[in-house]
Design a protein around this ligand. Structure first.
Ligand code: UT7
Length: 323
């Protein structure tokens, strides 16, 4: 049996940073409302001429450097995104060219805010079978392209960014400290498609559509479905909350993260939180949080990390990774 082992992590946030007060200059909103209802204080947004593949490529380069692996050694690139540079080809193809991963096959996955865990699961299947030896799994979104900047109910919630993991397929007998992806759990329910979607009725070449969300409904589903996903990953691996070193949740709202923390009695110190500084970067929230927590020394080799997410579709997902 083979295991997908994390070799490197990277992240990238565009330099343009917009505070709640900046947004309140153009929208009927306040810093107080945004902080109280979401925990968000700022978000990074694409600069002029930047696109999703630029964010993804920068994150990928940092992850490769962190892994000490050359792009030419990568044989699979999966990019989770709902804001591709173009409807086709895949943004992953652009990333492949931008980083010079000449022998990699590359494609995108669309599972909205659960996208990174979906992409990780897809890559894990290739790595476990040995069909790929080294993979880049990237979550990248430029939500600013599809947010209606006149709609205060969504415009304040999102940001742009990308995060990436380099994974290597290793024979289980050569894996130290039980490292690697132990399980991934993916769920979908298309009956709630309309709760969170992009309205393309007024789409144009420059504007692919606008995010529509029934926030309160999504909030209720998020608590319930993320809870189910966490229960599934714990049960599947016969472990308890106390056995987990770090929980890395999708960052849609601090109140959702706190709700999960309360429900499972997970101390907030074990939750990696970036929503205050990054806002909701969709598929990028989890790998950006991993990058931050690995970089500052919180996540250490051999520690158990649970990933959990929920998003449009509906989709929801969880994973156990030993770092
Ligand atoms: O990542 C994918 C999954 N997404 C999520 O998980 C998001 C889940 N939903 C949420 O996080 C929350 O529902 C929101 C942050 C989107 C909204 O918070 P809420 O506490 O559910 O607010 P609400 O939608 O119930 O709106 C409460 C009030 C409304 O005014 P009235 O009707 O009570 O007078 C809104 O019009 O807040 C108003 N409001 C705002 N006020 C100031 C909505 N957006 C704003 C705003 N500034 N930006």
């Amino acid at each position: 049996m083979r295991r997908s082992v994390v070799r490197g992590v990277g992240g990238y946030l565009p330099s343009k940073c917009v505070s709640n007060s900046d947004l309140a200059g153009n929208l009927d909103t306040t810093d107080e409302w945004i902080v109280e209802r979401t925990g968000m204080k700022q978000r990074h947004l694409l600069g002029d001429g930047q696109n999703t593949s630029d964010l993804a490529a920068e994150a990928a380069k940092i992850a490769l450097q962190n892994a000490g692996i050359d792009a030419s050694a990568i044989d699979l690139i999966v990019v989770a995104t709902v804001t591709p540079d173009h409807p086709f080809p895949a943004t992953a193809a652009r990333v492949q060219a931008k980083i010079g991963a000449t022998k990699a096959f590359a494609f995108d996955v669309n599972a909205v805010c659960s996208g990174f865990v979906y992409a990780l699961s897809v890559a894990d299947q290739y790595l476990k079978t040995g069909m790929a030896k080294k993979a880049l799994v990237i979550g990248a979104d430029a939500m600013s392209k599809i947010v209606d900047w006149n709609d205060r109910s969504t415009a304040v919630l999102f940001g742009d960014g990308a995060g990436a993991l380099v994974l290597e397929s290793v024979d289980e007998t050569h894996v130290d400290f039980g490292r690697g992806v132990h399980s991934t759990h993916l769920f979908s329910d298309g009956c709630h498609y309309d709760l969170l979607y992009v309205d393309t009725k007024q789409a144009s070449a420059k504007q692919p559509g606008h995010v529509h969300m029934q926030g309160r409904e999504i909030f209720k589903f998020a608590i319930k479905l993320i809870g189910e996903a966490v229960e599934t990953v714990l049960h599947h691996n016969s472990i308890a909350v106390d056995d987990i070193d770090w929980f890395v949740p999708h960052q849609a709202n601090l109140r959702i993260i706190e709700g999960i923390s309360t429900h499972f009695k997970i101390p907030m110190e074990k939750m990696v939180v970036t929503v205050d500084r990054h806002s909701n970067t969709s598929a990028a929230t989890i790998p950006l949080a991993l990058w931050e927590a690995a970089n500052d020394g919180r996540i250490q080799q051999g520690q158990r990390v649970v990933l959990e997410a929920m998003g449009g579709g509906l989709t929801w997902a969880s994973a156990l990774v030993v770092w």
